[in-house]
Write a protein that binds this ligand. Sequence first.
Ligand SMILES: *Cc1c(COP(=O)(O)O)cnc(C)c1O
Length: 386
Amino acid sequence: MIPYGRQEITQSDIDAVVAVLKSDFLTQGPAVTHFEDTVAKYAGASHACAVSSATAALHIACLALGVGPGDMVWTSPLTFVASANCALYCGAEVDFVDVSPSSFNMDVSALAEKLKSAAILGRLPKVVIPVHLSGRPCEMAEIHALSLEYGFHIIEDASHAVGARYLGKPVGNCAYSDVCVFSFHPVKIITTGEGGMALTNQPVLARRMELLRSHGITRDPQEMEGEPHGLWYYQQIALGFNYRMTDIQAALGTSQMTRVDNFVDRRNELARRYDALLSNLPLTGPVECSSSLSSRHLYVIQLHLEKIQKSQRQIFEALRAQDIAVNLHYIPVYWHPYYEQLGFKKGMCPQAEAYYARAVSLPLYPGLSDAQQDYIAEALEKVLHA
Ligand SMILES: *Cc1c(COP(=O)(O)O)cnc(C)c1O
């Protein structure tokens, strides 16, 4: 089976992990700090907080920004459920802004419209979470300008976008956001097995996230109430979690970071090959943007179903039967039964729903060979024309 995404692990990755296993620290040791410094420097952010997943990073980012009961958080419906769940974890309410029919990222004009009505109703969001779908950066400058006008915070869900660039600068530099979150799940751009990171340029947010990552416990006398009882002393000053990343994971991450640009280059090369191979088929490939570099986490095609004798489902089944593990990113979040139960109705984001009805994610990862890609393109051509 050709998977839709896959990690690439080299001997140097393995050696880096083995070195940690033989060292004094398996968790909360120097490898985590080193990984944080490496990613922060690469992305151009001043602080980085490594955690057990991007889901954990989104959660502590929301908490650090003060999200709680009574607050509203808005995100895109075309994302993994974690981008919305993080608001619910905090007791806040979530709502969705429809996507642009060309980029499939949060639509800036839909956001502006929704903000205008929310301002009248007194229901403005505390945080907006744009998602860089497939690694294509959202229009952050425009979203940031709206945040200044309406007074909301921004968390970028850049789970797909490690190594992407926006207006010539790396995604993760937080030039247009309070916090930027990366995922290191094996299908993403670089991996730590499980893992995530929250980047920020704001020292206060960085410190809050660091506290929340590890039970809300401090060992810094300056942050304590009263005097320390002795050298062993620590205090819990917030309700935090165990969201720590291990040194084993961090060592893998640092080793993977040495190849991040190669991964993104190869993904872009494969994406351009797909563009050429599929150019005569009844489908639209991803549309890239001249002001940004996508990390190409996903290659999503939109089927022109009106020109095809098969349904989206039949096309999926035919490709899977040929050992091509196509996938679909994503089911609109509010279609899930859990969200329906919260009162969301089908029809609220027509662009996202139209996308879902026609989308297919083709396999894309650095280790995909040209020959495998040719096989996929031929199989797709046969299926669409049969
Ligand atoms: C993968 C992903 C997440 C969650 O990442 P984990 O590291 O698995 O918790 C969140 N948002 C998006 C858009 C993702 O693709």
